[in-house]
Each structure stands twice: as structure tokens, then as C-alpha cells.
Design a protein. Structure first.
Length: 304
């Protein structure tokens, strides 16, 4: 059982990475980006092409992909989300759903149904592990992913708390009209936030390609896991996504040890239980509300 819990915690680090950008965009722009998983897969394909086809080093391919996806995020916000937001709250969600369909089918047309992986680019890191007391093995790649998630979340928190852009993002998230009266261009701030979110998506996409295979329609499962981790951790919470990812990861690994189908069933069951607890028993939620409130990165969280 200890081994399953430990592996679940490591898996939760990946879920925190994939959920980070989703929670970030929701908290800043109140948009549930249904293209989130597809964009992560697109970034994985971009890194794959740069490393496997263009023969660039993995680090160089990642940097290029990160810059390219940041530009894509900026353009998506300025050309699609800003325009669709004028039509009400539902239209941006439908727009991102349509965008996900375009991305998935474009990737399928370009690359076909064959699965890809970056395992060859990282050598023995894809399977190497440390042996711990008690016959427990801890993979080096999962540890790297978990550490990256912690560093990324801490970096975002520091950026939001101690930089001019971060303060502008928090002010815009709290009250865009008042922020505009203070000289903050909400459209530009939202575009910058979307670019930052795409950087996190690129990091998640790279690790998706390292830890498993992917194909053009892998985006939907990634979106589902990201959404569940974000909801479990609490909407608008950076560190909450890490808590939510760990809870989801532990549920899945323990469930998989009990039944062959338990990996998905246990994860979905925990998600539903916590969702219902938040809806009907907010004071008795499975995750302490006070802890989540302390980790919220919205503007009002500074007073907590």
C-alpha cells in the first residue's frame, strides 16, 4: 500500500502540471478552456518534430516550442477568446471546444493515428529508478515531473505576488472594470496570462511525451484529468492543483491495485464524491477549505 501511495503522489505531480494552466486561465479570465488537452498534445507533437525530425537537442526543441506556444496562447486570446467573450459566457467555452476539434483533426491529418513518444530522446531516464527500503522503486522521471510541478507552481505564485504583471493579472481577475480605471489594459493582461498558461501547457506536453505515448486524440483524457485535479484542489488555487493532483493520483493507483479497471473508476469516484461534498457540505469537504483559501492566487487572497 505504501508503494501505491508513493506512486500516486508522483503521478499527482503530472496531474498538477496539466491542471495548472487550466486553473490559471479559469481564475484570470473565467474561461474553461476545453482545448487545454489538445494544446498540450500539440505542444508534444511540436517538440517531437523538432527533436526527432529536425534533430535538435531536446532542450532546444523545448525552448522553441515554449516560445511558439506562448505566441499561440497570445493569439488565441486576442483573436478568439476576446471576441467570443462579447457574446456571453457560453460562447468562449464553445469556441475552445471548436478549437480542440480543429487541433485534434489537424494533428490526425498530419501525423495519422500512430503513437509517438520522446522516450528515445531521454535515454534511460524513461525507465531508471531508485530502490528504496522495503523493495519500493521510485522512478527518476516521476520525481523530476513532481519537482518540476512544485517549482512551476512556486514560480507562478512568486510572479503573481511580486511582479507588476502579476499584480495586474490579479487585479484584472478581481475586477477588470476597476483595473481599467487604474490604467490596466485588461485585454493585454489577459493575452499575457494566456501566453503564460501556454508555457505551462508546453511543459505538461513535454512530460506527457516523455512518460507515455501520445496520438492526435490524446487531448480529451488529459483535459479530463486536468479538470478533475483542478476541481478537487479548488478553483482558483495554484497549490490546490497540486493537492488535487495528488488526491487523484493516489485514488487511481490504489484503485488499479484492487481491480484492473480501478484506475479510472477510483479516480472518477473520488472526483464525484469531492464535487458533491463541495456542493452540499462545503464545511465538511474532503479537502480543508481553509487550506485552499490560503492558496488562492486571486487579488482578494492577499488579505487572507
Amino acid at each position: 500500500m505504501i508503494n501505491q501511495i508513493l506512486q500516486g503522489v508522483m503521478l499527482g505531480g503530472y496531474y498538477a502540471l496539466i491542471a495548472c494552466g487550466l486553473a490559471f486561465m479559469f481564475s484570470v479570465m473565467r474561461i474553461i478552456n476545453l482545448a487545454h488537452g489538445s494544446l498540450a498534445v500539440a505542444s508534444a507533437y511540436l517538440i517531437f518534430v523538432l527533436t526527432e525530425k529536425a534533430k535538435l537537442p531536446l532542450a532546444a526543441g523545448f525552448v522553441i516550442a515554449m516560445i511558439a506556444m506562448a505566441i499561440v496562447g497570445w493569439l488565441i486570446q486576442r483573436l478568439i477568446l476576446d471576441r467570443s467573450a462579447r457574446g456571453g459566457q457560453l460562447l468562449p467555452i464553445l469556441s475552445t471546444f471548436g478549437l480542440s476539434m480543429v487541433i485534434d483533426n489537424s494533428l490526425f491529418e498530419q501525423f495519422g493515428a500512430d503513437t509517438r513518444s520522446l522516450a528515445n530522446a531521454i535515454g534511460d531516464l524513461s525507465w531508471a529508478s531508485w530502490e528504496l527500503p522495503g523493495g519500493i522503486y521510485l522512478g527518476k522521471l516521476p520525481v523530476l515531473i513532481f519537482a518540476t510541478a512544485v517549482v512551476l507552481l512556486a514560480s507562478l505564485q512568486l510572479m503573481l505576488s511580486h511582479t507588476t504583471l502579476g499584480r495586474a493579472i490579479r487585479a484584472t481577475a478581481e475586477d477588470p472594470d476597476t483595473a481599467g480605471l487604474m490604467g490596466i489594459d485588461a485585454a493585454k493582461v489577459n493575452a499575457a496570462a494566456a501566453a503564460i498558461a501556454m508555457v505551462t501547457v508546453t511543459i505538461a506536453g513535454m512530460f506527457l511525451a516523455m512518460r507515455a505515448t501520445f496520438e492526435p486524440y490524446s487531448g480529451a483524457p488529459q483535459l479530463l484529468f486536468a479538470f478533475e485535479a483542478a476541481v478537487i484542489g479548488g478553483a482558483g488555487s495554484l497549490w490546490g492543483t497540486l493537492i488535487g493532483g495528488i488526491v487523484l493520483g493516489i485514488a487511481q493507483t490504489v484503485g488499479a491495485s484492487l481491480h484492473p479497471l480501478g484506475f479510472l473508476i477510483a479516480g472518477h469516484a473520488v472526483f464525484l464524491v469531492i464535487l458533491l461534498a463541495r456542493l452540499f457540505l462545503p464545511d465538511l469537504g474532503l479537502l480543508p477549505a481553509k487550506l485552499l483559501n490560503r492558496t488562492k492566487f486571486l487579488y482578494r487572497g492577499d488579505a487572507a
